[in-house]
Design a binder for this molecule. Sequence first.
Ligand SMILES: [Mg+2]
Length: 203
Amino acid sequence: MRLGVDLDDVVAECALPYLRKFAEEFGVELPPEPGWQTLDAITEVSDADKVRFRQRTYDGTFFGELEMYTDAPAVLERLASAGHEIYFVTARAERRRVITETWLRDKGIFDHAKAVHLRPQGDFSPTRTFGRYDPSGSARYKVGLAEELELHAFCEDDRLISQELAQRGIRVFLFDHPWNRDVEGPRIERVSGWSELGEKLGL
Ligand SMILES: [Mg+2]
């Protein structure tokens, strides 16, 4: 099968280190189950400061310092050696390619993939707020690419992206996180992580 694999919060643990850094910077307390949903709930930091923090963080060493989920590399390796085609598909901007591919190589999983796709620079809408997360644009990008690559399934954590992929007939392995707990529907299968996905696929 041809499988799309998102990076952030699917292969790399991203929300938690991001929020820890954010909490440290602005001196805010994190709730018991922090996740991307936490950011919107924090009202004592202005939207402009949130956008600036995001930009500064992503322009720095953040993506190069992320940890991989411990069971990811073994399952990715088994997938590849069982003949499945893996495509890393991230909504990170194309200008993050070097830091992204270097990280994938350092973690030893670059060679398991047929290709690494990042969101092309020109794909970002000129009317969106610069530096702000853009779920609908990312969904459009990922759905379009999934159709172009004729992917059979996709590993994803984002609420909107997983629902739109499923609506277009693509099987979604939804990586369980606090921000996607309400997402369900045909073709959406929730998994706790790579080990469960490996079991599901008989690896
Ligand atoms: Mg993600």
